[in-house]
Design a protein around this ligand. Structure first.
Ligand code: G6Q
Length: 540
């Protein structure tokens, strides 16, 4: 594989970026009345207006050439086909098979995995219906009122994001809670007002060996059994989502109450597998399947649309444009919809765990930047906190704005106010306010520099009709594939996460040292911290 920076397409982009950097969006719009139309794309019910980016038509052409030179078409086919593209874990990457329609075919080791996917979906649907209807009873015969998902990382962030996003569609007499942190506070607060007789725990863990999840699951079992008083109660109050039947059985959960998935589903790509069981219980099988249909529609768009009309490809290329040619270090995701309040947190894992890597597929150090820092908050809240830096800070921070034409909760003027703010922020970022405009408002001269907005801050605007389950699926798939394209171009394995291992190993070593009196053999800082903790704890 040629180093990225040696590709002629890359070098052409370097030269081109030097020409584009001095251009201002104010002038690009003023000289081109058709700009908004030219740089807008509508597909799968999503409008992407990318005209407020610091690009020209040549930029888009060169970026798509880079995608071709990086063999993106081949990489897309390899993923959908089930090639072992997660090379460091020697696994296929087939989250797209999780939403493939019944009857379609994706072969792994001679087996059509789509059949298995639909078997599990049917099993999940039957179970979800039993919980939702009250047919599934707790050990003492009471109806289940509370569902607590215990999982972390990919086994938490997707489910909690989807639950919040689709709350409007949820069965309101069921309480959903999510426990992830090993901090006992997370568990204690989740169950403090719950009755174990009416509580179902979903232990969601691909490996069923994750320290945090197993610690929380054991606490949940102890809490439930302390009140229910009989080991047999576990069968009525615990189900598992895992790939590891042996460990599930060892924990005491009947494997008849286990929902399986496969090692070709990465944790952060697993919300539409059985890991989404809590989502399905909350919103029902029909809404869950509508969400899957949305994922699939975006998969098909990604797979078939030409690059210059391809939503995930264009968004990824624009990220590369700023990340690699404008030295942008971050990207803000700003949903103007309260239901998407956990979407930025979900994307943090999807993007940064996938592409936050300095080693390329060939094992060399990348001499180019990889993943930017993704973060965000729902609008308008973010406007009253960190937007200051986006407007007037020293860093260039491209933004993805997300909005919906129709609110799921239309209350008086709220939605128009919300959307006015959404459009206004993108406008203010792009066009800013000149010194002449500030002076014309009658400001004193010394205040002028403080009140000037340079503008030329780029943003994408994603606009859809309303936040339905199907639309959520499309949005998530849009970002999944966006991340994939970035990873292909940066030549990293977007599907492993070796960088999370070392801290886990060290924690296992430190834990007994916190309570023991063994000789400490760390650096002086770590030794002193452990000593300090030991002394303070023993002093009570
Ligand atoms: C995601 C990661 C990671 C994983 C968690 C939970 O891609 O692999 O976030 O999802 O560590 O793992 P388990 O599901 O195995 O408990």
């Amino acid at each position: 594989m040629d180093p990225l920076t040696s590709l002629p397409a890359w070098q052409a982009l370097e030269r081109h970026s030097a020409q584009v950097k001095p251009l201002h969006l104010r002038d690009l719009f003023a000289t081109d009345p058709g700009r908004a139309q030219r740089f807008s794309l509508e597909a799968e019910g999503i409008l992407l207006d990318y005209s407020k980016n610091r690009i020209t038509s040549e930029t888009v052409g060169l970026l798509t050439e880079l995608a071709q030179a990086s063999n993106l078409p081949g990489a897309i086919e390899a993923m959908f086909r089930g090639d072992r593209i997660n090379i460091t874990e020697k696994r296929p990457v087939l989250h797209t098979a999780l939403r493939a329609p019944k009857g379609s075919s994706v072969m792994v080791d001679g087996v059509n995995v789509v059949d298995g996917v639909h078997e599990v979906l049917d099993q999940m649907s039957a179970f979800a219906n039993r919980v939702r209807s009250g047919e599934w009873r707790g050990f003492t015969g009471k109806r289940i009122r509370n569902v607590v998902n215990i999982g972390i990382g990919g086994s938490d962030l997707g489910p909690v994001m989807a639950y919040e996003a689709l709350r409007h569609y949820s069965q309101r007499d069921l309480i959903l809670r999510f426990v992830s942190n090993v901090d006992g506070t997370d568990f204690a607060e989740a169950i403090q007002d719950l009755n174990p007789e009416e509580t179902l725990f979903i232990v969601a863990s691909k490996t069923f060996g994750t320290l945090e999840t197993m610690t929380n699951a054991r606490s949940a079992r102890a809490w439930a059994l302390a009140l229910l008083g009989d080991e047999k109660a576990v069968a009525s109050h615990f189900v598992a989502v895992s790939t590891h039947a042996g460990r599930v059985a060892e924990f005491g959960i009947d494997t008849a109450n286990m929902f399986g998935f496969w090692d070709w589903v990465g944790g952060r790509y697993s919300m539409d597998s059985a890991i989404g069981l809590s989502t399905m219980i909350a919103v029902g099988p029909d809404n869950f399947r509508a969400m899957l249909a949305g994922f699939h529609a975006m998969d098909e768009h990604f797979r078939t649309a030409p690059f210059h009309q391809n939503l995930p490809v264009l968004m990824a290329l624009l990220t590369i444009w700023y990340n690699n040619f404008f030295e942008a270090q971050a990207l803000a995701v700003l949903p103007y919809d309260q239901y998407l309040k956990r979407f930025p947190a979900y994307l943090q894992q999807l993007t940064m765990e996938s592409n936050g890597k300095y080693v390329t597929l060939s094992g060399e150090r990348a001499n180019w930047e990889t993943s930017p820092v993704y973060w965000g908050e729902p609008g308008t809240n973010g406007q009253h906190s960190f937007y200051q830096m986006i407007h007037q800070g020293t860093k260039l921070i491209p933004c993805d704005f997300i909005g919906f034409v129709n609110s799921l909760n239309p209350h008086g003027p709220h939605h128009d106010i919300l959307i006015a703010n959404l459009f206004a922020q993108a406008e203010a970022l792009a066009f800013g306010k000149t010194a002449a405009e500030v002076r014309a408002e009658g400001n004193e001269e010394w205040l002028v520099p403080h009140r000037v907005f340079e503008g030329n801050r780029p943003s994408n605007m994603l606009l859809a009709d309303r936040l339905t389950p199907e639309m959520l699926g499309k949005l998530v798939a849009l970002y999944e594939h966006n991340v994939f394209v970035q990873g292909v171009i940066w030549q990293v394995d977007s599907f492993d996460q070796w960088g999370v291992e070392l801290g886990k190993v060290l924690a296992v070593r430190i834990q007994p040292e916190l309570t023991g009196d063994s000789q400490l053999q760390h650096d002086s800082s770590t030794n002193a911290l452990i000593e300090r903790y030991r002394q303070a704890r023993s002093a009570g």
